[in-house]
Design a protein around this ligand. Structure first.
Ligand SMILES: O=C([O-])CC(=O)C(=O)O
Ligand SMILES: [Mg+2]
Length: 229
């Protein structure tokens, strides 16, 4: 029996230059310049991310029935090199959505990463043969393959709306998402924030990091030691 897989049009790929600039940044810088509000908390790297590695690319959005991966297989077949599969699986962590074989296939498709609001399995295999994977959990229980689902549709992962083609950055701190129409603006702002943080780091080394703003924001109340006990 066939189930429905709604397929929406693919978004244009962003300029390679923009993605390369993003790889020089960090998810924290991007979310800082986007109101500290750009992330999907709880989706953390579970495999394949080297220390200090940053992944970036446009989202290929997938919505699947929790615990089922039929439409995820379809997404792998039609994904374009450089895309990041972002899979809304209802946040259910009792059953894996993908594992080592699908991760290996994703690598042959040159995907930049895989993000699952759900669980994955075969962690060692994913570590060896897959693009970096971010997930909400791990489970050895395997997925059903019945559908239904949607591809390249608006999705919600860990409470965050993601549209197909939105620009993703992922690193050891998790993921942040930039609306595709604001990529250039937000990346430029994040680069400036990165330079400001580098200057602060140099000031820490030089012993002259500005601390004045702390006491400007605090009224210190000195508490006397109690004599009652
Ligand atoms: O069985 C599945 O569909 C998921 C899996 O373990 C793999 O991709 O290796
Ligand atoms: Mg497996």
């Amino acid at each position: 029996m066939q189930t429905e897989c709604r397929l929406y049009p693919a978004s244009p790929m962003p300029p390679t230059e923009l993605i390369e600039r993003l790889k020089g940044l960090a998810s924290s810088l991007v979310s800082d310049v986007f109101g500290r509000w750009a992330g999907a908390p709880g989706l953390l790297p579970v495999s394949g991310l080297a220390p200090g590695q940053v992944i970036a690319g446009p989202a290929f959005t997938v919505r699947t029935r929790p615990g089922d991966n039929l439409v995820v297989h379809k997404a792998l077949d039609i994904a374009r090199p450089g895309e990041i599969l972002v899979i809304a699986a209802g946040g259910a962590t009792d059953r894996a959505i993908l594992g080592g074989l699908m991760g290996q296939y994703a690598q042959t498709k040159d995907l930049a990463g895989i993000i699952v609001d759900g669980a994955v399995r075969d962690r060692s295999d994913l570590d060896r043969v897959s693009p970096p994977v971010f997930a909400a959990g791990i489970s050895h229980l395997g997925p059903y393959k019945s559908g239904p689902g949607e591809l390249r549709c608006p999705i919600s992962v860990a409470g965050l709306t993601v549209l197909d083609g939105d620009i993703i950055i992922g690193d050891e701190d998790g993921i942040a998402v930039l609306p595709r129409a604001r990529g250039e603006e937000l990346i430029t702002a994040a680069e400036a924030k990165g330079e400001a943080e580098a200057a602060e780091s140099a000031a820490i080394l030089a012993g002259n990091w500005d601390r004045t703003w702390i006491d400007e924001g605090l009224k210190i109340v000195n508490v006397q030691a109690s004599s009652s006990n």
